[in-house]
Design a protein around this ligand. Structure first.
Ligand code: SF4
Length: 299
C-alpha cells in the first residue's frame, strides 16, 4: 500500500520502505500487559489489557515511551509480538488476568490491522470492550474505518499552538487535525460514558491533555477548544510530565510547578468542564514505564 493511514501521508509502500513512523507493514508490539494506570472506568479492579504498539506517527521529543516509539528497526529487541495472529494470542492470554477491556496504545500507524485483530478475538469467542488510545494525529477517514471496531476513544489533545506542535511533535497541522478527529469521535460516540454494574465504561470518549512545563497558554487554548465542542466531554487533565531524556529544549527539562498547574485547573473548572479527572501534581513520579519488562509498569 502507499501509506496514507495518518495525516503525514508518506505514500510509501511499507512492504518495502518505511515512512515517518518507522513501521513496516506487519504490526509490531512491544508488550501486551495488565495496566492499572488508565482512568478508573477503563481499569476496574483488575486493570486493562494494554497493547503497546512499537513505533509512532508523532515521536514527541519528550515521549515517556520513547524506548518503543522511536525504535530503530528491530535492533533493540523490545518487540515481543509480530503479526496479527501473535497479537491476538497475546491479548487472549493477557485477558485472562484483566478486566474484559483491551487498549490499543499508540495504534494510528497500525490502524489498518485493528479490524483483523478484533475479528480474531471474536473468532475465539472473546468480545472485550476496545479502546483506541491515540496521540490524536489521525485522519477522519481512518477514524470512520475504525467506527465498527472501537468502543471507546481515548485521544490525546496535545496542542493548539502550531509552532509548538512542530517543535515538539514534528506536526504543525496537529491542532487542526486533532480538532477534526475529536469532532469525528464526538459524532460517533457523543459525550456520555456509560458504565456497567462494575463501573467499567463500554462506550464513549475520554480526552486527555498533558500539561507541559512553560506552555500554559497552549493548555488553556486546548481546554477552550474541548469546552467549545462540548463541556460535557470527559476530560483527563494530566500533570505527570517529567523529562524522560537529557538536553530537551525550552522548559522540558523540568516538571510542572504548582502555580502552572493551578492556572490550568482553574481554567478547566471556569470553562464548565465537569466530567473527568484532574490528576494530582504528585503523579509525576508514578508513570515511568520500563519496556525491557513484559509488565512495563511494574505490576
Ligand atoms: S502511518 Fe507512518 S508511513 Fe503511514 S502516513 Fe503515517 S507516518 Fe507515514
Amino acid at each position: 500500500m502507499n501509506c496514507v493511514l495518518c495525516p503525514r501521508a508518506c505514500k510509501v509502500d511499507r512492504a518495502v520502505n518505511i515512512g515517518f513512523c518507522g513501521a513496516s507493514a506487519e504490526p509490531e508490539v512491544a508488550t501486551i500487559c495488565v495496566h492499572q494506570g488508565e482512568e478508573p472506568p477503563l481499569c476496574g479492579k483488575k486493570g486493562i489489557c494494554n497493547v503497546f504498539f512499537a513505533h509512532c506517527n508523532l515521536k514527541c521529543i519528550y515521549c515517556q515511551n520513547h524506548d518503543i516509539s522511536s525504535l530503530s528497526a528491530q535492533s533493540t529487541g523490545l518487540i515481543r509480538y509480530r503479526g496479527v495472529e501473535a497479537i491476538v494470542e497475546g491479548i487472549a492470554q493477557t485477558l485472562t488476568h484483566t478486566e474484559n477491556i483491551v487498549g490499543f496504545v499508540t495504534p494510528t500507524h497500525y490502524a489498518n490491522h485493528i479490524p483483523a485483530i478484533v475479528e480474531g478475538l471474536h473468532a475465539r469467542g472473546l468480545f472485550p470492550t476496545t479502546v483506541y488510545n491515540t496521540g490524536g494525529y489521525d485522519t477522519v477517514e481512518t477514524l470512520r474505518m475504525l467506527a465498527p471496531y472501537i468502543d471507546i476513544y481515548l485521544p490525546d489533545f496535545k496542542y493548539m499552538d502550531p509552532d509548538l506542535a512542530l517543535r515538539y511533535s514534528h506536526a504543525k497541522d496537529y491542532p487542526a487535525v486533532a480538532l477534526k478527529g475529536l469532532k469525528e469521535m464526538y459524532d460517533q460516540k457523543g459525550s456520555s460514558l456509560p458504565t456497567d454494574d462494575d463501573g467499567l465504561a463500554y462506550r464513549g470518549i475520554i480526552v486527555r491533555h498533558l500539561v507541559l512545563p512553560g506552555q500554559i497558554g497552549n493548555s488553556l487554548a486546548v481546554l477552550d477548544e474541548i469546552a467549545d465542542l462540548s463541556p460535557n466531554l470527559h476530560v483527563a487533565l494530566m500533570a505527570q510530565y517529567y523529562p524522560p531524556l537529557e538536553g530537551l529544549p525550552d522548559q522540558l527539562n523540568r516538571t510542572l510547578t504548582e502555580d502552572e498547574y493551578d492556572q490550568v485547573t482553574e481554567h478547566f473548572y471556569a470553562l464548565g468542564l465537569h466530567r473527568g479527572w484532574v490528576q494530582e501534581l504528585s503523579a509525576q513520579s508514578n508513570y515511568r514505564p520500563d519496556f525491557t519488562k513484559q509488565q512495563a509498569f511494574g505490576l
